[in-house]
Design a protein around this ligand. Sequence first.
Ligand code: DGJ
Length: 731
Amino acid sequence: MNCITYNQETKVFSLRTNQSMYQMQVREHNTLVHLYYGANIGDTEVTYRIVSLDRGFSGNPYEAGNDRTFSMDVLPQEYSGYGNGDYRINAMEMEQDDGSDAVHLRYESHRILPGKYSLEGLPAMYGTDEEAQTLEITLYDRISNLKVRLLYGVFPNLDVITRAVRMENHGQKRVAIKRAMSMEMDYQNKHMDFIHFYGRHAMERLTERLPLHHGVQSVESKRGTSSHQHNPFVILCDQMTTETQGDCYGFALVYSGNFRCEIEVDQMEQTRLVMGIHPYHFTYRLNPGDVFETPEVVMAYSDKGLGRLSNIYHDAYRSNLIRSKYMNAPRPILVNNWEATYFNFDEEKLFNIACAAKEIGLDMFVLDDGWFGKRDSDFSGLGDWVVNESKIKGGLPKLVERINGIGMKFGLWIEPEMVSEDSDLYRAHPEWVLRIPDRSMVRSRYQLNLDITRKEVRDHVMNQIFSILDSCNVEYIKWDMNRSVANVYSAALPADRQGEVFHRYVLGVYDMMERLVTRYPNLLFENCSGGGGRFDAGMLYYSPQIWCSDNTDAIDRLKIQYGTSFGYPISTMGSHVSVCPNHQTGRNTPFETRGIVASAGTFGYELDLEKITPEEKEIAKKQIQKYKEREHLVQTGDYHRLTDPFRNTDYVVWQFVSKDKRESIVDGVMLKNEPNPHIHLIYLRGLDPSTRYQDKKTGQVYTGAALMKAGIPLPVGCGDYQPIEFHFCAL
Ligand code: DGJ
């Protein structure tokens, strides 16, 4: 494999994937300058793009002598430091022991290595020598003796380039890293749009597209998790870019804690994007010899619009980020008891739901919150991971055996990062929570964040959970996290290390999850944080699915799942059929429609199956059967957003196409019906134009070209929220 080259004469690095190219150059005074990221441009090195002019009020480094045209303030760079005359947003900031905070990063050396680099204790894409190559460029700050190693992982067949940074203190004195972004991307004169995914609890990853403006714009989380409010995945695209045409760039941070993505359009109409750990409450001290590694960013480029960009991410995560054996295997279709019972259940009720689930063809029963400690409400019990025998008489092994006995698998909910004040754990170890000395605490859902920066706390919690998992046949775990991190102070760390707590918390989560998946490799693991409050690429390294939102309303889910699909595979989105009127919105939708929406995800049910009507049972049986027949498309196919639910308020339609283009499903929801209706034509994508496809329902045959260019009419139905469903197979 030779996808990374270095031209000794011109000092240009070229990184190539099948459809993209990345160039940078070591230039005057050993400055590492960014030249290009975009479509493959052959063997031309675009060094000529750098045009240097004397710019007023943009200073010149001393070593440039009398050359007033060389200024860090306008040069596109690979990784800029603070305090060297570059007044834009920077990738890194460091403070030396003497209080000075400048950093002048200069190229020192580089290495090209087989395979993909890995990061200590952090999730990251992985790749064999056949799949990936690594470039490590070492930058050096002469005064502090800090080495900054820029890491690039190039996956030619996946069309992605990953980036991360390793900082090493080779000096004699301690330094404090105050900003350590994972990457920087400088564009010359690009007028682009910024697409990001914002929201709130129960309404996550809504889509917003805005033209970039002068100055700084950003998205971020300071909540200790990646958050419901902003997602650590963003897109920059040309202003004319659509789903099917135009240039676009994706940036996904593989991290589950505080983050910031900043974009600045500067005085010269240049754009700089930096992404990484949020500098808020972040100071990482490096003693001589110490190393700090940033989390990774996965970058992708598409010149075929946003649809192609999404499919690059879907493929990359499915093959080289998610490690679970379930990634491409059929997943058990589950029923979860949360919306059926909340905290109010006993073992008979649970068993009866499991029996009703078996009757309609489900595979697994998941016992949600409320099975442990004194957990009768959200006031108490977190931290006491022992079964509540007053609710589950005879204990968990007995219940699991009964459920297994009727041919159903069993899954369990946990929330290991938390403790209730009313719990045995808190009574025994009040010092095991994050708490700022002498201050009253910020509570949320009456629970506190355990100080999982401490190994003894992680050990205690995981050992309790392991003894539950060892005692019975649990085949699935839902790991929840139901508050933002606050009271950020660890009694176990000295005063000058408190700026590390947020990051150490995330490392603690990763350590606990790593222990879980290593000890139980066959477990199906689903992440959750009050729904989708931690829906990020970092979590996908541990779990192949994440509960997408606490909002199970099929109509709201159209927007939530649409936004999520830009950066994440469809099979990672936990999505369930729930009862109507919906518990979050009070809305009524047909049972069929709820099934169609939930099957654009990791399918399941979340309602009291004992209470559904015989007609609904029959529909559910068919939904389950159908999902099993089509699951391979959700798991391995290409995905196309045929409509935008933020613009088209009449209907929402999406499509899956198998990689061999032999099969496709088109699903959707008619949002409203009108008298004397318009005929809506939808245009399919990703088919082979000359192949003949048969509609499995009507038997009608079309060429792929007809389906894509002439379109097909949507059914004219009656009533709001009617399902749309087509299934095409190649003849
Ligand atoms: C929040 C989750 O998103 C829900 O699905 C449920 O597990 C509750 N927590 C339980 O407390």
